[in-house]
Ligand binder design. Structure first.
Ligand code: NCD
Length: 320
């Protein structure tokens, strides 16, 4: 694994795609490819290190891939959540994170319903903090794996158009994708009901917005479908799920309107026949399972890069 060759990220934590320089993204992708080449093998690059998956919201793929990825690197990985941890007794997340840091956690991976918590913890806790989804803000490891999967399939996404369909308003997956795509030369456009396009949305993110998905599809090299975030009240932004599915759900007929060679993505978990029709799930142009697999290797790269520094620099943080 000399591909890292003493190179380190310019950041100590990953709370947003904006933490990463272009070289950082390149390094993460190179290591991801390297881990993928090695495959399903247990390495001991990080033997003796400790990581905590502190997930205060539900997760299947993100938590499992951080955990398996950590284990493949030789890390002792520990899962904690709101049930069974002292946050349920009223301890603040800051004190919980400080406790995990005192147990010599190299890396703390945090998922929370509150936007901004990982960035706050990053400033106050010496362990490396990885944001595994904070409220409606960002999910940077997902943005990285999405961009990696697009690049793997299309060779490069420079000059390509990525169409994001659905609940862009509550989606942290969108929050990270819209930040990483232009860094790699791709353009993001959106198709969603008006209720998801708050005033200023288009200007804030610099994206073209369409109310009619059929008008947007012919421009798309990549179609990214998103789950309606019902836990964040997104269900109240549409008349019914059935009506959303009829107007925005990606069916075979609709996907055929996208550019030739276009790929279809979903970060999961998907609601079959709501955002994406069942018939499309296992088609060759649908890369949902590659996204899951690549997530494992991206998260190995992140834990290795953030958990072990090779330049000997110490993370600056504020004691409170
Ligand atoms: C996403 C999330 O939690 O933001 N899931 C994931 O990590 N793949 C998307 C979602 O829950 O809809």
């Amino acid at each position: 694994m000399d591909v890292r060759a003493g190179r380190d990220l310019s950041c100590f934590d990953l709370t947003s795609i904006n933490d990463l320089s272009d070289d950082d993204i390149k390094l993460i992708f190179e290591l991801t490819a390297e881990f993928k080449k090695v495959g399903n093998v247990k390495l001991s690059l990080m033997k003796g290190a400790t990581s905590f998956n502190a997930f205060f919201e539900d997760s299947t793929r993100t938590r499992s891939s951080f955990e398996i990825g950590g284990k493949k690197l030789g890390i002792d990985t520990i899962n904690i959540g709101s049930k069974g941890s002292s946050t349920g007794k009223g301890e603040t997340l800051h004190d919980t994170a400080q406790t995990l840091a005192a147990l010599h956690a190299e890396v703390i991976i945090v998922r929370t319903e509150f936007s901004g918590i990982p960035a706050f913890l990053a400033r106050h806790v010496p362990s490396a903090i990885i944001n595994a989804g904070d409220g409606t803000h960002e999910h940077p490891s997902q943005g990285l794996l999405d961009a990696y999967t697009m690049t793997e399939r299309l060779k490069s996404i420079k000059g390509k158009t990525i169409l994001v369909v659905g609940d862009v308003s509550h989606s942290r997956v969108f929050g990270s994708l819209v930040r990483i795509a232009p860094r790699l030369g791709a353009k993001v456009i959106v198709a969603a009901p008006r209720t998801f396009l708050r005033p200023g949305f288009q200007e804030a993110f610099g994206v073209e917005c369409y109310l009619n998905v059929e008008e947007a599809l012919p421009k798309a090299d990549v179609v990214v479908t998103l789950r309606l975030q019902e836990e964040r009240n997104a269900g109240k932004c549409v008349p019914t799920l059935r009506e959303f599915s009829k107007t925005y759900g990606i069916s075979e007929k609709r996907f055929a309107l996208a550019k030739k060679g276009a790929i279809l993505m979903h970060p999961g978990p998907f609601m079959r026949d709501i955002e994406v029709h069942s018939a499309l799930i296992s088609k060759p142009d649908t890369v949902i399972w590659s996204q899951v697999e690549n997530g494992l290797y991206v998260r190995m790269a992140l834990q290795w890069l953030l958990g072990v520094r090779m330049d000997g620099k110490k993370k600056p943080y504020v004691h409170i």
